[in-house]
Write a protein that binds this ligand. Structure first.
Ligand SMILES: C[S@@+](CC[C@H](N)C(=O)[O-])C[C@H]1O[C@@H](n2cnc3c(N)ncnc32)[C@H](O)[C@@H]1O
Length: 316
């Protein structure tokens, strides 16, 4: 039984699984013989908990695009015969299920969005403004767009838009201008120093480069659009009674989760401009109206979990 959310530390892959119990127990996998999906396998924390809970006929199919995550999770899950690991984007879940002859997700699906601790802190992955490395930030090391490309080839207006929308950065304009005037920028620390120089000093505990780094990461991995499109597609693949469990880490992801889930719960308000969409209304039931947050105990053990929000919904 996994007690703590922290992955064992025999190798150099570290990740603290956030809301391990809340997010997996919400799926009702205990003793279940149904099909479950983990869209964001990571170090396999949630997957292991689900695999342990399943009944003999239950099955778990887990996705990740990151080679390091696949390697770690394959080790963590090696003794479970009921788990299939797929190295591909969760955006391809419908296609993979079709290929496997699976028509419906009968049990449920979990999304634990964002980056793993491993990705954020391993210097050579190029996500961290604390450790010098080439600007990279790809979840999928085979992906074509890197943080270097965004920083060194995007137009000023696009940088401003990304920093404002994805990072909610107040000083987007002056940071974008400074980037344009300092190209090429090769490494994480070069970028972090530049941001430090062109933004005013504040008393905030948050590093001045946090928002811009988050924005670039979201752009490189197309995080928001991938999640929005996939959520819309998988809701239709859920069988009656199947549950969707979503853990988010920032307001942009949570807003998408909240709005899409809410939209599928509405039955009375028909959209007269898009009548073809009305048959899709009222197909979900929210299991929690307000998002569930990490317990005080978990926040003490893993402070970043204070930003996590869990939303659960069930197909009617
Ligand atoms: C917060 S971690 C998940 C941690 C995991 N729940 C655990 O318990 O160890 C998020 C993971 O989602 C993966 N990811 C991000 N975008 C993805 C996508 N489009 N398809 C599949 N995996 C993705 C990342 O590579 C990362 O490993």
């Amino acid at each position: 039984m996994v007690k703590s959310g922290m992955q064992e530390n025999k190798d150099d892959f570290k990740h603290y699984t956030v809301m391990l119990h809340e997010a997996t127990e919400g799926l009702n996998a205990k003793g279940s013989n149904k099909i479950f999906i983990d869209a964001t396998l990571g170090g396999g924390g949630h997957s292991k908990m689900i695999a342990q809970s399943l009944g003999e006929g239950g099955r778990l199919i887990s996705f990740d695009v990151d080679d390091d995550a696949i390697k770690k999770a394959s080790e963590v899950l090696k003794d479970f015969k009921n788990v299939t690991i797929i190295k591909d984007s969760y955006t391809t879940i419908p296609e993979h299920l079709k290929e496997m002859g699976i028509e419906k997700i009968t049990g449920g699906i979990i999304f634990d969005l964002g980056a793993s601790y491993h990705q954020l802190t391993k210097a050579e992955r190029g996500f961290s403004f604390m450790k010098d490395a080439p600007l990279d930030m790809r979840f999928n090391k085979q992906g074509s767009l890197t943080a270097y490309d965004v920083v060194n080839t995007y137009k000023e207006g696009d940088l401003i838009r990304i920093f404002s929308e994805y990072g909610e950065e107040r000083f987007s304009k002056r940071i974008a201008k400074a980037i344009i005037n300092s190209r090429p920028i090769n490494t994480t620390l070069q970028l972090a120093d530049l941001i430090k120089k062109c933004t005013p000093k504040t008393n905030s505990k948050i590093h001045c480069a946090t928002r811009v780094f988050q924005a670039i990461r979201i752009e490189v991995n197309n995080e928001l659009l991938n999640f929005e499109n996939t959520l819309n597609r998988v809701v239709k693949l859920l069988d009656s009674g199947a549950i969707i469990s979503i853990v988010t880490f920032h307001s942009l992801e949570d807003r998408i989760a909240k709005n899409i889930l809410k939209d599928y719960t509405k039955s009375e308000k028909c959209n007269k401009f898009k009548p073809q969409q009305n048959s899709e209304k009222g197909i979900l039931r929210l299991l929690n109206k307000k998002p569930i947050c990490a317990s005080d105990e978990e926040i003490k053990e893993n402070p970043p979990s204070r930003s996590a929000k869990l939303r659960l919904a069930q197909k009617i």
